[in-house]
Design a protein around this ligand. Structure first.
Ligand code: ADP
Ligand code: MG
Length: 271
């Protein structure tokens, strides 16, 4: 299967092994083994509601306890100190922070100062404010810089939350449904920016998406989670099949694999 533009330069492989996570007396993610995820690649984490996608990302981000190993090169993200992990991993949660009167710019600066961040690439402006402005510019939302978060639309708040994750210059970027409230133009802008950043900075991106067409369009790898277990992992054509759509989502669907390696899904009914 052809890979869609995986960058074969610097960067480290990410591999999850035996990852389990859950809430009090409620195991949710069971023994997930995933990878290796190539450097500078985008992996879409897909699956039905309640499959455990957000729980898995929260565990990897250090926002809740998790068992297992998440190897970035030779380093285990789970075993390292929270400070070390904060330098490597940034997480855009699905639930955006409560509406606060902070401006977008202040919120992004605040995210940068919240803990140790990664090293910015050479040529990045030095000051925190300049770093924040550069990220807003990259996302095309400088016009929002001085707007209070509590005056933004859902989609605008999503863009601001993405800026808060990106400004930390992580090695691993975990995005939980970053495009769910975005219009087509902003969806495209977000996915294209994330893909370009993944390449430029050899980032690993794991992104939860509900839209399988969007996932197949942008991700190099697809990981299918159902009831807390990994059901499929591979290129879009390998992972998104009628059988998986039937078993995991309970739908009857047609899958068209196109010549360029991309995949289109058409749901025809309930299984
Ligand atoms: N804070 C919580 N406390 C207890 N159970 C939770 C909590 N958050 C999520 N869950 C449960 O964990 C399961 C997986 O949730 P989640 O990871 O949010 O799924 P997904 O992101 O795939 O929709 C669901 O059954 C959900 O009800
Ligand atoms: Mg979720």
């Amino acid at each position: 299967m052809r890979d869609i533009g995986i960058f074969d330069g610097a960067g480290e492989i990410l591999a999850l092994d035996g990852i389990s996570a859950g809430y009090r007396r409620r195991p949710v993610v069971h023994d997930v083994r995933l990878g290796p995820l190539p450097p500078a690649s985008i992996t879409a984490l897909v699956g039905p509601n309640g499959a455990g996608k957000s729980t898995l990302l929260k565990g990897l981000a250090g926002a809740m306890p998790v068992r297992g190993r998440a190897m970035l090169g030779s380093r285990d993200l789970i075993a390292m100190t929270p400070r070390d992990r904060a330098r490597l991993v940034a997480h855009m949660p699905q639930a955006l922070p409560d509406r606060v009167a902070l401006t977008v710019l202040d919120a992004v600066i605040g995210a940068l100062r919240a803990g140790p961040a990664g090293d910015p690439p050479p040529g990045t402006p030095k000051g925190d404010a300049e770093r924040a402005v550069a990220v807003l510019d990259r996302l095309g939302i400088t016009a929002l810089a001085l707007q209070p978060l509590d005056t933004l639309s859902g989609g605008q708040r999503q863009m601001a939350a993405l800026a808060q994750a990106l400004v930390r210059d992580p090695r691993v970027l975990l995005l939980d449904e970053p495009t769910s409230a975005l219009d087509l133009r902003h969806q495209y802008r977000v996915m294209a920016t994330v893909r370009d950043l993944a390449r430029e900075r050899a980032l690993q991106v794991i992104v939860v998406l509900h839209d399988l067409d969007l996932a197949c369009r942008w991700a190099h790898r697809i990981a299918v989670l159902g009831q807390g277990r990994l059901h499929a992992f591979g290129t879009p054509a390998e992972a998104v099949t009628p059988r998986i759509l039937h078993d995991v989502w309970g739908v009857a669907a047609r899958v068209d694999a196109r010549d360029d390696g991309r995949v289109r899904v058409e749901v025809e009914g309930l299984a």
